[in-house]
Design a protein around this ligand. Structure first.
Ligand code: FHN
Length: 431
């Protein structure tokens, strides 16, 4: 084998070798995984000082802003309109059961009161308040689990050296101590897992910036599981899960798909799944991005995700004043109305016995299989046989009986035209 052919294997080996070699999740951890799969729907929040520029969370890198210039930003970040109760009320109204917020994005800025750095919201902004603490306290009151998105990649720290593929225009010195950076990251994670109550999970991102590095995942994952055994670890490395991880995420794609190009090397593993998506085309607040996805599109994404046995983490990028844009609020309320009516077919379900099809997906709970027809291409639907005798089929919501014929090939259903709902027509198959 040539060096060139060997390289991808070596890279994979280096990363794998850094992960916990053997990992047995604790009973508490398995319980959180179960809860996570039942919860199905969460709110992703990308919020940082970058929101001031209204050009997304990559603005430092994309506009080639150096550190001294970027350091001016926190002075403009004064989110006096921030009220975590509003965000949580909206998440609940949308039917979401957990929130994943950026504790630190790639710009390295800590949105909590870090003691190991002054590059944080309390030390650098006129607002001076720990927004993560405020959110954590309200989440606890409201029974919403809180997860932290935490960037491995850091465009600010000098010790993030040798540098990766991004963050090269921050004007940092050509030297640094990589292991000091990892120690620093672990100290910050220790703060987050010590001072903010029970944390649902840590959602890592950014390893793809420096695939060949020794990320010491073993140490970091062990630290997390020692501090909070029930806390789930997930890593958006776009690869198959490593030992020490508790869920697998897919960015902007359903498990096994690669429409965005992120998941080319991603193998679908055995852990609980989550897919994340934006409401327009941006994660962080983007003033000019008006590519809002429709309510129907987002509901169908959520339903499809459930059919793929996956959670759906839907992103909002709050504005610098701490408010959410009305476009997001309206759509989320509409999604919530739908979940209020049809959530029973999603929450607590698992991917159904029939694999996803062009017409839709199935979910299942106990002896009920929910057939979600998202695209009624044909009023004569043949649901492939899944080895169970059908006792009856009804239309979800009204309970109206649906005629069917079952044979060795499957279940033939002729759908009355008047029952077709262009968002999702849901049949309940009792088995
Ligand atoms: O670079 C980030 C990006 O800003 C955003 O946080 C998304 C969320 O999945 N993840 C990274 C790109 O893979």
């Amino acid at each position: 084998m040539s060096r060139k052919t060997l390289m991808p294997f070596l890279i994979l080996f280096v990363i794998t070798a850094n992960a916990q070699v053997t990992y047995t999740p604790t009973p508490e951890n398995l319980k959180t995984r179960e809860w996570f799969q039942d919860a199905k729907f969460g709110m992703f929040i990308h919020w940082g000082v970058y929101s001031v520029l209204g050009d997304g969370e990559w603005v430092m890198n994309n506009q080639k802003i150096d550190k001294p210039t970027y350091q001016k930003l926190p002075a403009f970040f004064n989110p006096i309109g921030y009220d975590p109760r509003e965000w949580i009320a909206l998440a609940k109204a949308a039917g979401m059961k957990y929130i994943t917020i950026t504790s630190k994005h790639h710009d390295g800025f800590a949105m909590w009161d870090s003691k190991v750095s002054d590059w944080d919201i309390v030390d650098r902004t006129p607002y001076k308040k720990d927004v993560i603490k405020m959110l954590a306290d309200e989440c606890k009151k409201e029974g919403i689990k809180l997860f932290f998105y935490h960037s491995h990649l850091d465009w600010y720290q000098d010790n993030y050296f040798p540098r990766g593929n991004t963050g090269q225009t921050a004007g940092r010195p050509e030297s640094g101590d990589w292991y000091k950076y990892l120690d620093y990251m672990d100290s910050q994670l220790r703060e987050l897992l010590t001072n903010y109550g029970d944390i649902g999970g840590i959602w890592f991102d950014g390893i793809w910036d420096k695939k060949e590095a020794d990320w010491r995942l073993d140490k970091t994952y062990s630290l997390i599981h020692t501090l909070q055994p029930a806390c789930l670890v997930g890593n958006n490395h776009h690869l198959a899960p490593f030992p020490g991880e508790d869920f697998q995420m897919f960015e902007k794609d359903l498990p096994g798909h690669n429409t965005t190009g992120f998941s080319g090397d991603q193998r679908v593993g055995e852990l609980p799944f989550e897919t994340c998506e934006t409401m327009n085309n941006s994660w962080g607040f983007n003033l000019q991005d008006k590519n809002y996805k429709s309510t129907k599109n987002l509901i169908q994404y959520l339903v499809r995700a459930a059919g793929y046995n996956s959670n759906f983490l839907l992103n909002v990028g709050p504005m610098p004043n701490g408010k959410l844009q009305p476009e997001f609020v309206n759509t989320l309320n509409e999604v919530g109305k739908w979940m209020g009516k049809y959530g029973e077919t999603i929450y607590g379900s698992r991917g159904g016995p029939v694999s996803p099809k062009s017409w839709g997906v199935t979910t299942q709970k106990a002896n009920k299989v929910y057939v979600h027809i998202l695209n009624a291409e044909d009023l004569n639907l043949l649901i492939p046989d899944f080895g169970k005798k059908v006792k009856g089929i009804t239309l979800f919501g009204t309970g109206a009986k649906i005629k069917y014929k079952q044979d060795a090939f499957g279940i033939a259903v002729s759908l009355p035209r008047e029952i077709i709902d262009e968002t999702d027509t849901i049949l309940v198959i009792e088995i």
